[in-house]
Design a protein around this ligand. Structure first.
Ligand code: AGP
Length: 605
């Protein structure tokens, strides 16, 4: 989604803005622009389609020695990818950048007589004109009027022609964080752009106005009354957010998984049992619910699918996983006795946030599993379990998936203990099995050449199929998403037992099939399914545990993972699936970290 940066202070604004936009590139975008006050206190604007590097070149030609400005990377929602549709947008005395979607921009266009007056096709420019129509010299009053007539989601950063050195910010749903630092005042759509300057920041509360000047930051409620910001401390550092010598963030983050798993699990083990007391999560949350409903998007949702397959047979209560964009428009079967688990790496995914708000309106208790501290979903949930993966920059989620699973597994274990489904001994044994996942992942990472070599059989194929049974089927869903989102190979997952109900019609000579067979109770059935696709000419990549007995020649490529408990094979299998996707993307010379059309956090519907 769109990236936002604003700066006011003693340093050169253009450089800070461009560096900030570079930090935000990972969010995915198609155009970029900056606006700033020049030395004559006039607002100058440079924007264009393409990468931040191109914008930087254009700016180098116009060194204006500015100390105040705003910058934006645009992920197109309304209007095509054109220079005119890039942000910032100017309207009268207003210059504005926006992250979000104005849902009533057609009504506003009509109401404010903007037909024929717009230079772009964007909802954001409409907002700029509406704000300008309210502006009579009092920025906060005009902004309040804007928020009262705009519907939808927004994070706005605004400059007014007659207020040199000042930047105003206001948000609803879309994120904004701000900080006053030794370098000056900064505001951004996420922490990654602030980390180089500060570790202390605050989240701009919804429907509050923040004002940045070169010497301070002030926060007001929507009526203009001063409010003290809630200062938070970021637990990341620049190194964590940079590549540390890896060619891509994705490969770095694949390597970080064992450490991320340990950081998420170990602090929550006490006397060999799962312990969430430091997270402020009481056992009553687990004891009193009569069903669990997990809600998320993409990879986070697939983590939920794995957890469901593990939890429901043990807990013997309904465990449901629903896509957030479906959940939020349905009338879900949840109530006060439902535990709704919200899973989100960024904590800003708009559909997942809307699902959280819906769940709360039904009276359900909500527990969020989130990686970004202080994110909107974390702040609005009744309870939050932070994963400690550190910043995940690559659009393709890897370590966040693993730590989400670790968190969900620990929740399942605690629930089983609290509800008498696990004895202490069984719970301890489960956690030891979970910790076995760490060396198992390390082993697969060390063997990454296996995946590097096998992708030659994938990258020239238009399609690829993943299949498994039980937990392995849940793993295969994530494997298909990983491959398709960064290699652009059409990939789909199939419950192996479903093959003969349709999918096998697509299996022909050399069609790659990644078969996951780590679940011993259905291993024989899986091998039968492998024979079926092999008989139709498929190129079979078989993933099994070390000790699996497989006829020679059945698989074209056979990768064996360490021989760990079936319940935890997802962790080494995840490394294989991630590396297959990574090397396939690399083999096709694609942008591994910033795949086309995708963003790291989907903060607009
Ligand atoms: C996964 O690789 C994708 N980046 C995407 O599916 C992602 O998992 C999804 O958008 C959810 O994001 P969240 O965890 O930040 O809510």
């Amino acid at each position: 989604m769109c990236g936002i940066i604003g700066y006011s202070g003693p340093l050169e604004a253009e450089t800070i803005l461009l560096d900030g936009l570079s930090q935000l590139e990972y969010r995915g975008y198609d155009s970029a622009g900056i606006a700033f006050f020049d030395t004559a206190s006039n607002i100058r604007l440079i924007k264009r389609t393409g990468k931040v590097a191109a914008l930087r070149e254009a700016c180098d030609l116009e060194k204006a020695g500015s100390h105040c400005g705003i910058g934006h990377t645009r992920w197109a929602t309304h209007g095509g990818v054109t220079d005119a549709n890039a942000h910032p947008h100017r309207a009268g005395r207003v210059t504005l950048i926006h992250n979000g979607i104005i849902e009533n921009y057609h009504d506003l266009t009509e109401k404010f007589g903007l037909e024929g007056r717009l230079a772009s096709q964007t909802d954001s420019e409409v907002a700029a004109h509406v704000l300008d129509s309210f502006y009579n010299g009092d920025p906060k009053a005009a902004i309040k009027s804007l928020t009262q007539c705009v519907e939808g989601s927004y994070g706005f950063c605004i400059m007014f022609d007659d207020r040199p050195g000042e930047i105003y910010g206001v948000r609803r749903v879309s994120p904004l964080v701000a900080a006053y630092t030794r370098s000056g005042a900064l505001i951004a759509s996420d922490l990654t752009a602030l980390i180089p300057y500060t570790r202390k920041y605050f989240v701009v509360p919804e429907d509050h106005i923040v004002k940045l000047t070169g010497y301070k930051i002030a926060l007001y409620d929507i009526n203009g009354n001063p409010v003290s910001p809630q200062i938070m401390e970021v637990n990341w550092n620049m190194d964590s957010a940079m590549k540390n010598g890896f060619p891509h963030f994705m490969l770095k983050e694949i390597h970080e998984q064992p450490e991320a798993l340990k950081n998420t699990i170990l602090p929550r083990i006490s006397k060999g049992l799962p312990d969430f007391s430091d997270d402020g999560i009481d056992d009553s949350l687990f004891a009193e619910c009569d069903r669990i409903h997990m809600v998320a998007c993409g990879t986070a949702m697939y983590a939920g699918m794995v957890a469901r397959a593990l939890m429901e047979p043990v807990l013997r209560i309904p465990v449901t996983v629903t896509i957030a964009s479906e959940f939020r428009y349905a009338d879900p079967l949840i109530d006060q006795r439902t535990l709704v688990i919200i899973i989100s790496q960024s904590g800003e995914t708009i559909d997942t946030l809307a699902a959280l708000r819906l769940a709360k309106s039904y009276g359900s208790k909500t527990l969020a599993i989130v990686n970004v501290k202080g994110s909107t979903i974390a702040r609005e949930s009744d309870f939050v379990l932070y994963t400690h993966a550190g910043p995940e920059i690559a659009v393709a989620s890897t370590k966040a998936y693993s730590v989400q699973l670790a968190a969900l597994y620990m929740i399942g274990c605690r629930m089983a203990l609290v509800r008498g489904k696990f004895t202490d001994k069984e719970a301890s044994s489960f956690l030891l099995g979970l910790l076995d996942a760490v060396p198992a992942m390390e082993a697969m990472i060390a063997r990454k050449e296996e995946e590097k070599n096998l992708v030659t059989h994938l990258i020239n194929q238009p399609d690829a199929f993943f299949m498994g049974r039980g937990l392995d089927y849940a793993f295969s869903l994530e494997g298909a998403l990983k491959l398709k989102e960064i290699s652009y190979i059409h990939a789909e997952a199939c419950a192996a037992g479903e093959l003969k109900h349709g999918t096998i019609a697509l299996i022909a000579s050399n069609v790659p099939v990644i078969a996951i067979a780590t679940q011993e109770h259905v291993f024989a059935k899986m091998i039968s399914n492998v024979r079926e696709v092999k008989a139709r000419g498929a190129f079979v990549i078989l993933l099994t545990k070390e000790n699996a007995v497989v006829d020679g020649g059945l698989a074209d490529i056979h990768i064996r993972i360490p021989d760990i408990d079936d319940r935890f094979t997802v962790f080494p299998i995840a490394v294989i699936l991630q590396l297959i996707a990574y090397y396939a993307s690399l083999g096709k010379n694609l942008d591994v970290d910033q795949p086309r059309n995708l963003a790291k956090s989907v903060t607009v519907e």
